[in-house]
Write a protein that binds this ligand. Structure first.
Ligand code: ATP
Length: 247
């Protein structure tokens, strides 16, 4: 039998404040080692999907009211975000939330606090610096003084410290110059290929997402509209018109 996916989201419904239903029977699967791109118009529910997976939804008064989520073969249920981090699931939120008053290295150290009990390899910082040499150059500098691109690198670097099996990336290209987007996506692709880390990538920039993803899902108002291998999606007329601007 084929190996079980690292992540299965099965028919979930999500409601905020007990009233606003945002996800309406959403399903998606991430095969081990793959990058899955999640696209869709503003407000379709992409960020909500990531928060449902990582458990951060609970911090925003949201709840999964139906369906289930399996990570690495076990239900995520009501597990707190830090417990899921220990299991190898890391969410890099939109807007690169780093601790601006801490140095780069202190930010990485802070990322290890959630891991107590699992043990942090000293080598994990070296790994981050290997992928992001710029962070090494600035390791003693305040994170608040980093450029937007470098802060995004640090946000991803904090995920690497956790020896993740699955990283959820929410719009890593947001607000970055095309050159930096290219640089960061090349590194994301290397992390996937070399370390075998699976990823869910929420992106507005479909062309950039398709360049590194294996599979794509397109959401509309809380559920999946189309999904399939990116090669096939890239030939779909609607996808070309609405997401790639080449229709
Ligand atoms: P965007 O790209 O604009 O972030 P998205 O596809 O990621 O869009 P979400 O951020 O998941 O969409 O939002 C989906 C819907 O849920 C929107 O209508 C939004 O207003 C609503 N929503 C998001 N967060 C909350 C919250 N904390 N409380 C109430 N409603 C929310």
């Amino acid at each position: 039998p084929a190996e079980a996916p690292i992540l299965s989201v099965e028919n979930i419904e999500v409601v905020y404040n007990d009233t606003i239903q945002v996800l309406r029977g959403l399903s998606l699967h991430v095969p081990r080692g793959q990058v899955v791109a999640l696209l869709g118009s503003n407000g379709a529910g992409k960020s909500t999907t990531l928060k449902a997976i990582s458990g951060l939804l609970g911090l925003e008064n949201g709840a999964v009211t139906a369906g289930r989520i399996l990570f690495d073969g076990a239900p995520t249920g009501a597990e707190a975000p830090h417990a899921l981090v220990r299991r190898g699931l890391f969410h890099v939120m939109e807007g690169r939330r780093v601790f601006e008053d801490l140095t780069v290295e202190e930010n990485l150290t802070a990322a290890t606090f959630a891991l107590s009990g699992r043990g942090v390899k000293a080598a994990s910082f070296d790994l981050v610096y290997e992928y992001f040499p710029r962070l090494h150059e600035r390791r003693r500098g305040r994170a608040g003084y980093l450029s937007g691109g470098e802060q995004q690198m640090l946000a991803i670097g904090r995920a690497l410290v956790a020896s993740p099996k699955l990283i959820l990336l929410d719009e890593p290209s947001l607000g970055l110059s095309p050159i930096l987007v290219e640089e960061i996506f090349a590194i994301i692709a290397r992390i996937n290929r070399q370390m075998g880390v699976s990823m869910v990538l929420v992106e507005q920039n479909a062309a950039v997402a398709f360049a590194i993803a294996h599979t794509g899902y397109i959401m509309e108002t809380g559920k999946v509209q189309i999904d399939g291998p990116v090669e096939r999606l890239a030939r779909d007329e609607d996808v070309r018109e609405f997401y790639l601007g080449t229709g």
